[in-house]
Design a protein around this ligand. Sequence first.
Ligand SMILES: [Zn+2]
Length: 69
Amino acid sequence: MKIKCPKCKEDADLSPDFSFVKCGSCDLDMSYGEYVKFVAHNQATYSDILGDYAGSTEGQTAGSLDEWD
Ligand SMILES: [Zn+2]
């Protein structure tokens, strides 16, 4: 299925068994577990950067990231 590439923001492919993610637009190729961590980390980073600017962080908490480390 198509998901959003966390690197280049183009369409990436998530394998039907949720085992890996690949993107044809960049060289992204990682397991789904790594993808989830990657996205979680990026969202936390963006929330920090855009916190005051966007005002729509959808209630994400910084503490939730600890579970992935
Ligand atoms: Zn990509």
